[in-house]
Design a protein around this ligand. Sequence first.
Ligand code: PLP
Length: 396
Amino acid sequence: MRFATRMERVQPSAIRELLRLGDDPTITSFGGGYPDPATFPVTALREAYEQVLTTSARTALQYTATVGLPQLRAQVAARLTADGAPTGSDDVLILQGAQQGLDFVAKLLLDPGDLVVTDNPTFLGALIAFNPYEPSYLGVPGDDEGMDTAALESELSRGARPRFVYVVPDFANPTGTTMSLARRRHLLELAARYDFLVLEDTPYRALRFAGEPVPTLRALDTAGRVVHLGSFSKILAPGLRLGWVAAAPELLEPLGLLKLAADTQTATLSMSVTARLLTDFDLDEHIAEIRERYGHKRDLMVKTMRETFPGEVSFTEPDGGLFTWVTFPEGFDAADFMARVALPQARVAYVPGATFYPVRQEANHARFSYSGVADDVMVDAVGRLGELLGAELSRR
Ligand SMILES: Cc1ncc(COP(=O)(O)O)c(C=O)c1O
């Protein structure tokens, strides 16, 4: 069968097989990027569905506007305004998850060969979304302040011309790091000087359990260069498939046309129920509970790693979100170790880090999620892994 050329860039991920082993109930998996299902507000959602289907079934089951249910757009706009970026309903397009925004922005901006800059490593789902538009990539390394914008500047001064720079500034997937205010400002300065857009992806932003919030790139932007993606997946439930994009009108309008072409609109029922939920239910209180839960999990994972992992293995200590990024010594292959030792002997899975690199893969990293594993199971599993890592590294 002959497919379009773009399909050459649409390939199953090499780690899928490895992660499938993580479905085995005898294996403790830190591999999933899913939120803890214990955080889903099931009772409140049941009531919201009941209310919506009792009082407004005819509209909730009907088609609605491509840009999204007006009430939900207003509610999202109010949340963005409260977070420091004055936003009106008209600045918001409701999406079927932030993932859809990654696709649309790439579809809007990229011709084959165009350059996209990302963190190095970056969110795999973004690379998967961008790939069909056949971009070239530049991965800019970072540290505990996020993307090294000085390194980006030197690439730009040597002629790199990105169409957009993609960042997850708050508690990034996969590293857990947060971009500092100075770097955010510098990135926007560079965007103006070199004429590119910034795609800001914020699904974890509300899940801060330590430190002080840093303004979003969109809040700092005065030139309409930021396309801001957000999501209800990690603060309500990913199964609702609800996210949003907020951007300047000249970007939001064509994004709306792509939305119409792709799926007409996001599911009216999901939007209606969520709008109802946001009226009747204290989302901020709910988020505070989620933050406490993940903060506890992060503390426990990092503490256990510190106690049981060999000294040459380092890991990030995120102030929010779901992930810590583990770095093994040079020459260590995290995928090989998982297949050969971690899975069969420790019965532990994680995501080998190589898959998160847009260009040159680095094998000596892994992403661990602390979101959904019970405390005692986590401590035991990290401890077992630490012991085997110690044995493996002492043999080298
Ligand atoms: C950084 C990042 N962006 C986007 C998404 C997609 O989120 P959504 O469920 O809203 O499509 C995820 C999901 O894990 C993510 O980690």
